[in-house]
Design a protein around this ligand. Structure first.
Ligand SMILES: [Zn+2]
Ligand SMILES: [Zn+2]
Length: 267
């Protein structure tokens, strides 16, 4: 099993005790054999950073390699590691990583909808569900068009609208999902099965799985998208084995077969 979206304490929002060593131990305990570290990144070469993002630049995120080199052979054994990043997208084609710096990472994830970052990623006054969906739709397509992006982090996950997730997602028509995931398939972007998203406050079917995400990702599979699994863990609790098992059950329900190593054919 793989996990291509794991944070460490290099991300400002992660728990301070979430060192690479601690997270690797938890990943291995959960049965993960291929992991991608994807800390939050804003490349200093791209203007418009927020105060929160500014220290999380290319050098900072890449310092994970030195941290890895300092680990013991035992800590490094039993898991294949990739060094990536989760950069940012704020609209109008503005992605927080310069194309020429993208090869410094094994893979690049882009979040099309970090809408919890009000007045930065989305206007604070954006509240109407149809308008939220319209912006999510546009941003998804724009992120598919970024050439150096490997995968979409938590695509179509509703962030920043607590208590309104089902309301917003249920308004997406199947044909709209088909257009979006058709674009992801065409541009080769890997669609993330984000484990944190599956545990949001959202309606569940009789089998306990989140109904709107099942509808969404079943359509993504019908569109022949490629997929990867991402815990989005910022601490070891989010790497609990049960959470991965739940995600695998979700993927199975959607008919998705996850690859052993999603990056292998990239290399
Ligand atoms: Zn974070
Ligand atoms: Zn994210």
């Amino acid at each position: 099993m793989h996990d291509l979206h794991c944070h460490t304490n290099l991300s400002a929002c992660a728990k301070r005790e979430s060192t690479l060593s601690v997270m690797l131990g938890a990943l291995k305990s959960a049965g993960v054999t291929v992991a991608g570290i994807a800390n939050h990144l804003w490349d200093a070469a791209v203007p418009g950073s927020s105060g929160w993002y500014a220290p999380q630049n290319v050098e900072h995120v890449r310092s994970i390699r030195a941290e890895y080199d300092a680990l013991s052979p035992e800590e490094r054994s039993g898991i294949k590691l990739y060094f990536g990043c989760e950069t940012e997208y704020v609209g109008q084609g503005r992605v927080a990583l310069k194309e020429e710096n993208a090869p410094l990472f094994d893979f690049v994830l882009v979040p099309p909808h970090h809408f919890h970052m009000k007045d930065f990623v989305r206007p604070a006054e954006l509240e109407d569900a149809a308008k939220v969906r319209k912006l999510m739709f546009e941003r998804f397509l724009e992120c598919c068009a970024i050439p150096f992006v490997f995968g979409l982090a938590h695509p179509l996950t509703v962030l920043g609208y607590p208590g309104r997730i089902d309301e917003i997602l249920s308004g997406f028509r199947d044909d709209e999902y088909r257009e979006l995931f058709g674009a992801a398939a065409e541009t080769g972007k890997s669609v993330e099965i984000n484990i944190c998203s599956l545990f949001q406050e959202i309606r569940r079917d009789g089998d306990g799985l989140p109904a709107e995400y099942v509808r969404m990702m079943t359509i993504a599979r019908e569109c022949n998208c490629r997929f990867h699994l991402g815990s989005d863990a910022h601490d070891t609790a989010r790497l609990a084995k049960e959470r991965f098992e739940y995600a695998l059950r979700f993927a199975e329900k959607c008919g998705i077969v996850l690859p052993e190593d999603p990056l292998r054919r990239e290399r």
